[in-house]
Design a protein around this ligand. Structure first.
Ligand code: AHR
Length: 503
């Protein structure tokens, strides 16, 4: 028996909706086929965007989308993707399969897509192979409403009004695919490039994101912050010229080289994968400790703009396309990671799972006109009520440590709890055990539950959805609970993610 204590009166911080963000790169079938099919397609679309996909993303309440990369961002030249489609430059996508990129999805199409989804925009600029002028003019093209060469060009291309760029990344993985730079070199470039990311509308300033570390590279974090804070006012008011610092972390059960199958795994690999997913909390703590030294008031957000599982790609598919299936194991990775981000909402201001459709830990897979929702989608859907809520204090008593290998032991239960503006409490709990259900009691500090609803995602650990059987793993209403004066009693099945909403 485990007891989840909730002190709903003790608010610990605000959960930015953007923690539930996603990422779409010009990679494999994410943009083309997944999101964008073109106006002439037989697949129902609005201005080229798939109607089925857009509807599902609206239902999931996708808050923000990052584009155009990834590694692709540092070889993307935005001018290639504007103007009449017939004359747009064709290029080779060197990072991802060497395929021809015809640039039919560009800046205008990205804003059209985000407008249809109703989400915020996160553009990633090119430092690796682009110039300061190119980046500066892209920002002018997108956001300047007055008279200027770039605003005129945008109007000529059919868009009168400036768009809103909510987030702007100055380079991506500049320690690797974004130019193989040293931290000091990149940090100086960051200072220079970001200077020309102008805020043309002072009422809607762009949130500038500096390229942060890969996994546990605390040296990068330290050196970048040191250089960005050099010769800035002692009171820290320049906050290193940045609003956010990124962090990338992928879960590969068998390491970067071997990765491991997305669907064929045993319980040993299940626990190993979940232990590796939980490691994101250690990473957040380590990088945040360094950030605290420069930015004790937590003015700079840690932006986990690439995270999720990365398995060996689906047999028979293009290895450069990173297409993988998503099982209950992915659902647990998502559930655990999102609970951790919630609990670190004082520092983690945005997170973008990689990637939206048909790539890595996707929320949607497509096959021609067919579409399916992955277990990961259902977790995001169940967790959506945490968006823009306040984290509250919670603690599980009686949890067990489980697993099959000493170095990959995990807790059997993990949770996070929030309260929204209307006072509704959202509780999300994961049962990491492959075999054992757990009797649980939820105990509130003061709340006498007046109305309780619950939803659950549970199945065998390797279960996943196919185009033939798209509903094998799906969110279902959960009614098997008893409401007490100050709590809820229920049995949580093995291998499950549950969500309660309590009024
Ligand atoms: O998400 C796939 C790739 O992983 C991205 O392009 C890159 O930023 C990271 O290495």
């Amino acid at each position: 028996m485990a007891k989840l204590y909730i002190n709903e009166l003790n608010k610990k911080g605000h959960i930015n909706a953007e923690i539930y963000g996603n990422f779409s790169e010009h990679l494999g079938r994410c943009i083309y086929e997944g999101l964008y099919v073109g106006e002439d397609s037989d697949i129902p679309n609005t201005n080229g965007m798939r109607n089925d996909v857009v509807a599902a993303l609206r239902e999931m309440k996708l808050p923000v989308l990052r584009w155009p990369g990834g590694c692709f961002a540092d070889e993307y030249h935005w001018r290639d993707g504007i103007g009449p489609k017939e004359t747009r430059k064709k290029m080779v996508n060197t990072h991802w399969g060497g395929v021809t990129e015809d640039n039919s999805f560009g800046t205008h199409e990205f804003f059209e897509l985000c407008g249809q989804i109703g989400c915020k925009t996160y553009i990633n600029g090119n430092v690796g192979s682009g110039t300061v002028q190119e980046m500066s003019e892209w920002v002018e093209y997108m956001t300047f409403d007055g008279v200027s060469p770039m605003a005129e060009l945008r109007k000529k291309n059919g868009h009168e009004k400036a768009w809103q760029v909510d987030y702007f990344g100055v380079g991506n993985e500049n320690w690797g695919c974004g130019g193989n730079m040293t931290p000091g070199y990149y940090a100086n470039l960051y200072r220079r490039y970001q200077t020309y990311v102008r805020n043309y509308d002072s009422k809607k300033p762009i949130y500038k994101i500096c390229c942060g570390a890969n996994v546990d590279d605390t040296y990068w974090t330290e050196e970048v912050l040191k250089t960005c804070y050099e010769n800035t006012p002692k009171d820290g008011s320049a906050h290193g010229f940045m609003d956010g610092l990124s962090l990338h972390y992928y879960v590969h059960p068998e390491g970067w080289e071997k990765k491991g199958s997305a669907t064929e795994f045993d319980s040993r690999t299940w626990y190993k994968t979940l232990a590796k997913a939980l490691y994101i909390e250690t990473l957040i703590n380590h990088h945040s400790t360094i950030m605290d030294r420069y930015d004790p008031d937590k003015r700079i957000g840690l932006i986990v703009d690439e995270w999720g599982t990365w398995f060996t790609c689906e047999p028979g598919t293009n290895p450069g396309f990173l297409y993988q299936q998503s099982t209950m194991r992915d659902a647990l990775v998502a559930g655990l990671s999102l609970n951790i981000f919630n609990k670190h909402c004082d520092r983690v201001k945005m997170a973008n799972i990689a990637q939206l459709i048909n790539v890595l830990q996707a929320v949607i897979l497509t096959d021609g006109p067919r579409m399916l929702l992955t277990p990961t989608y259902h977790v995001f859907h169940m967790y959506k009520y945490h968006q823009d809520s306040d984290l509250v204090e919670s603690y599980i008593e009686g949890e067990k440590t489980i697993g099959e290998e000493k170095e990959y032991m995990v807790p059997n239960l993990q949770e996070s709890v929030s309260v929204d503006k209307e006072g509704v409490i959202t509780i999300t709990i994961n049962n990491l055990s492959v075999t054992d259900s757990e009797q649980m009691e939820i105990a509130f500090a003061e709340r006498t539950p007046a109305e309780v609803t619950a939803a659950i995602l549970t199945n065998e650990m390797r279960a996943y959805n196919t185009f033939e059987n798209p509903d094998t793993v799906k969110e279902e209403a959960f009614n098997d609970f008893r409401v007490t004066e100050k709590g809820i009693c229920f049995t949580l099945p093995a291998c499950s993610v549950i969500q309660f909403r309590v009024k």
